[in-house]
Ligand binder design. Structure first.
Ligand SMILES: Nc1nc2c(c(=O)[nH]1)N[C@H]1C(S)=C(S)[C@@H](COP(=O)(O)O)O[C@H]1N2
Ligand SMILES: [Mo]
Length: 410
């Protein structure tokens, strides 16, 4: 770009970008890497939105202006579906951070071209770049903050991250359409245009472009090693050094991840003792069941994951009563949905609505025991919901009531 005669300040800044690494080749390689991987982050993110059950008001906001996601009932099979989509979304999102930063670094001098507005087309392009760069940085920042302090956000995180996603997706599509031809011809070694990313007066070379790529790839690999242990779980959890929730949740049958303890949720021991009763409604009558009554019903065991929106997950063996059996007991043998509430009085996760297929699945349980022992207080004693492929946030702990509904409205 023959950007001459800008104000001295702008010229000085632009000349300060002297790395001989910059050039269309490096930017194209990084762009191609993101072109292949970012769609996976986008698609898994949108799938997670659908998994939350927007129909029940559990994903925010339902629609972004005229854009309508094709909503469908989130399946219960395979049971690890949400573990996969959410793990990929969070994991890949983190792993791609070095690539995104490197890509931004590689095009930095373009911020200082002069004159800043040469034509309508150029102004439009720069505006779309603002949305592109602002969009991805916003998504990374809100995503990382949510993982670290999920509960500080409340639902505003979802709204912000979701709106930000649409801004980014739009800008991303426009950017790909504009730049793909350049990437293709550059990587085929047929430079179509003069390379406007090469420094005018490059500094001395300190490393090759391939070494720079290896460095960026190494950064991503390191992040992958430090991150994916939280999704894969088991011994690999110990390698998940970036996991903010602690890597050692204790031993024994209840020795697995706890985000929100009974104490944090304000659950009093007196409420979960022998006075506790589960209230079932829906069929025009109210059915009360204490824990011995539930334990006297047919028990079913299933090995199922809990997968949190934060990206961690853990696989455990749960035993309890089938939700379908409880529905029949309540007089709604074929419910359209079920609304579950917790003993917890406040908090965002004290209730959840389940779809018909999520109640009907043979492995959908009101769990009373885990790994052969009673649930611990922190894991939801006296009873918690566990449903295949259900986002962790809807696996309500310390269940108090279940209302089985014939309709599907929240
Ligand atoms: N009552 C209640 N149930 C709850 C929660 C909660 O805060 N309160 N947290 C949910 C979330 S976000 C997840 S991921 C799972 C597992 O969380 P845990 O690690 O706190 O058990 O439980 C869910 N059930
Ligand atoms: Mo969660």
């Amino acid at each position: 770009m023959s950007a001459r005669n800008g104000p001295p300040g702008v010229e000085a800044v632009r000349r300060a970008f002297r790395s001989p690494l910059r050039g269309t080749w490096l930017t194209s390689v990084l762009g191609l890497a993101l072109l292949v991987t970012l769609p996976l982050v986008i698609v898994t993110g949108l799938l997670d939105f659908i998994a939350y059950g927007p129909r029940f008001g559990q994903a925010f906001p339902l629609h972004v202006s005229w854009m309508r996601l094709p909503l469908f009932d989130w399946p219960t099979r395979p049971p690890w579906l949400f573990r996969l989509t959410q793990g990929l979304h969070v994991g890949l999102g983190i792993v791609l951070v070095p690539v995104v930063l490197a890509k931004l670094w590689s095009v930095m001098p373009k911020l200082f071209v002069w004159p800043p507005a040469r034509s309508v087309a150029q102004v439009l392009e720069r505006l779309s770049l603002l949305l592109l760069v602002g969009g991805i940085l916003f998504e990374i920042a809100t995503g990382l903050l949510d993982i670290q302090y999920a509960y500080l956000f409340g639902f505003d995180f979802y709204t912000a991250h979701y709106f930000g996603a649409w801004v980014f997706i739009g800008a991303f599509l426009a950017h790909v359409a504009l730049k793909l031809p350049t990437v293709v011809s550059t990587l085929r070694r047929r430079p179509p245009v003069p390379d406007d990313l090469v420094a005018e007066r490059p500094g001395p070379s300190t490393m090759s472009r391939r070494a720079a790529l290896a460095l960026i790839g190494g950064g991503s690999l390191l992040l992958a090693v430090l991150t994916f242990g939280q999704t894969i779980d088991g011994p690999l959890r110990r390698t998940a050094l970036l996991l903010p929730r602690g890597r050692n949740p204790g031993n024994g049958p209840n020795g697995f991840q706890v985000n929100r303890s009974a104490a944090a949720a304000g659950i009093q021991p007196a409420e979960t003792g022998s006075a506790w009763q589960l209230t079932l409604t829906g069929g025009g009558r109210t059915v009360l069941l204490d824990r011995p009554a539930l334990l006297a019903m047919a028990q079913h065991t299933a090995r199922l994951p809990i997968a949190c929106v934060e990206g961690w997950s853990t696989m455990q063996t749960w035993t309890g009563v089938r939700l379908a059996d409880l529905a029949a007991l309540a007089g709604v043998p074929d419910p359209g949905s079920a609304h579950v509430t917790s003993l917890e009085r406040g908090g965002l996760f004290r209730q959840a609505t389940l779809q018909a297929n999520q109640v009907a699945d043979r492995d959908s349980l009101l769990a009373l025991r885990v790994n052969g022992a009673d649930l611990s207080a922190d894991h939801g004693f006296p009873a918690r919901v566990i449903v295949p492929a259900l986002p962790g946030v809807h696996c309500t702990k310390w269940v108090a009531t279940i209302d089985f509904r014939t309709g599907t409205d929240g």
